[in-house]
Design a protein around this ligand. Structure first.
Ligand code: AMP
Length: 453
């Protein structure tokens, strides 16, 4: 099947050709003809399946007819996070390069004024997070009564983030006769209920989970102790020893843990940035940009912040914390091994994680192998050989400019709150200082060298 059989316009086909896509993905093949036939669609698919193009491409074709009116967007796409909204806007830029459409991004954390000016000019495609959209609507700056097409993306994530009441309110502001496309990765009962209220006689399109399809991901687990400092040490060892390492996303279960781990890795001279919900928008954008461009090699993130992000070419994913929900595991490891590339996903397993691992293995239908003893075992860390004096010098010299810039992202507290089960700093300090200098160096550089006289 080629794109030319799906009913897309010539302009859209031209943009697809420029993007270098040869064949539609299963979700595109199944959904696009129904979207063009103005049917409601229930899409069960997650990021990595090409689902964004599955709605953006037919939207572009349909929007070629008609024009926008002031303050009355013609179509509305709801996204749970600002990053996802920005990512969809980028796709409109890419696929809509042959169109003259007004696309507006209405997300929190940026100025109201600029957004208002855009709305006033008339918008063909409005991409929004629910809260900021309702703010504009309540101020009377936005009318949704002209909206012909509503897209609810990542609905299960909206549920996790408590957005369902907002989505229901927005549903009452758009015309009853609009077309609706509803995308979700999973179908819990609450999502089924929302889908039933939003969709009229929908076509159901379901594509397999990337975790079951992507055989390109090598999954491993590594045993560690329950002490966070020991977990961090295990992670540093894994980072140092990783084969074919290009970059990595490291997941933590809580925002506070993200901030804490980020600070620790930066202190150890790793080139790391952090992404979590407490950071302001500019810090989040800067972190993502640095990671995407390769300026930062490690992105430490929470599930909410990283869900659905399309970052091509991630070589490694580390679960610093094993996720409590097995679904999150699938989302996390799906950040690597994309587009046929190989990837590695390593989970650091503490004694209390047994139940979570069982649930993950049950869901994926696979037992995740333990990493080979030699790679996973706590070898004496080569950097422990560094003399404290030398370590101290490195500690004070600081990293390169990029590292220093990300050392304390805006919005983060100056000092992390120390978890009650973590050893007190004075005890931890000598080990941390000793290890701080060399953890970014390949092991061979740390072998003792005998110099000839
Ligand atoms: P998504 O699931 O929408 O996040 O898309 C995942 C990635 O797949 C994005 O980087 C898209 O650019 C890419 N993509 C989407 N459709 C195709 C296609 N038909 N062929 C190759 N890559 C695609």
């Amino acid at each position: 099947m080629s794109f030319s059989h799906l009913g897309l316009s010539d302009k859209v086909l031209g943009a697809i050709e420029s993007a270098g896509y040869k064949t539609p993905t299963p979700i595109q093949e199944q959904a696009i003809p129904h979207v063009l036939a103005r049917r409601d669609v229930l899409g069960i698919a997650q990021t990595g399946t090409g689902k964004t193009a599955a709605f953006v491409l037919p939207m572009l074709t349909m929007l070629e007819q008609g024009r926008a009116r002031a303050r009355m967007p013609r179509t509305l796409i709801l996204e749970p996070t600002r990053e996802l909204a920005a990512q969809v806007a980028e796709q409109f830029e890419k696929y809509g390069k042959n169109h003259k459409l007004n696309v507006a991004l209405i997300i929190g954390g940026v100025s109201f004024g600029d957004q208002d000016t855009k709305l006033l000019r008339g918008v063909d495609v409005l991409i929004a997070t629910p809260g900021r959209l309702l703010d504009h609507s309540e101020r009377g700056r936005l009318l949704l009564s002209g909206c012909e097409l509503l897209i609810i993306d990542e609905a299960d994530r909206m549920l996790d983030m408590g957005f369902i009441p907002d989505i229901e309110r927005i549903g009452k502001l758009v015309p009853f006769t609009r077309q609706t496309l509803f995308f979700t990765a999973t179908m819990p009962p609450e999502i089924q209920r929302i889908a039933d209220t939003f969709l009229h006689n929908p076509v159901r399109v379901e594509v397999s989970r990337p975790a079951t399809a992507a055989t390109t991901i090598t999954q491993l687990k590594v045993q560690t102790g329950r002490d966070p400092a020991e977990k961090r040490e295990t992670l540093r060892r894994l980072l140092r020893d990783a084969d074919n390492f290009k970059n990595a996303i490291i997941f933590c279960n809580r925002k506070r843990e993200v901030a804490l781990l980020h600070r620790s890795l930066v202190r150890h001279k790793f080139n790391a940035v952090a992404l979590h919900g407490d950071l302001d928008q500019s810090a989040r954008t800067a972190a993502l940009d640095a990671f995407r461009s390769g300026e930062a090699k490690l992105l430490i993130a929470s599930d909410v912040a990283a869900r659905g992000l399309d970052i091509p070419d991630v070589s490694h994913v580390f679960n610093f914390d094993v996720p409590h929900h097995a679904d999150d595991y699938i989302h996390r490891i799906g950040r690597t091994g994309r587009a046929g590339k190989s990837g590695v996903a390593i989970s650091i397993v503490a004694p209390m994680d047994g139940k979570s691992i069982d649930a993950i293995e049950k869901l994926t239908g696979q037992t995740i192998p333990w990493m080979a003893k030699s790679a996973a075992a706590a070898e004496p860390a080569p950097e422990a050989e560094a003399t404290p004096a030398r370590a101290e010098r490195h500690e004070h010299r600081g990293g390169d400019r990029g590292e220093r810039r990300h050392q304390r992202p805006r919005g983060e507290p100056r000092e992390p709150h120390r978890p009650s089960n973590e050893p007190r700093r004075p005890q931890q300090r000598p080990r941390e200082v000793e290890e701080a200098d060399t953890s970014h160096l390949p092991a061979f550089l740390l072998r003792p060298v005998t110099l000839k006289a």
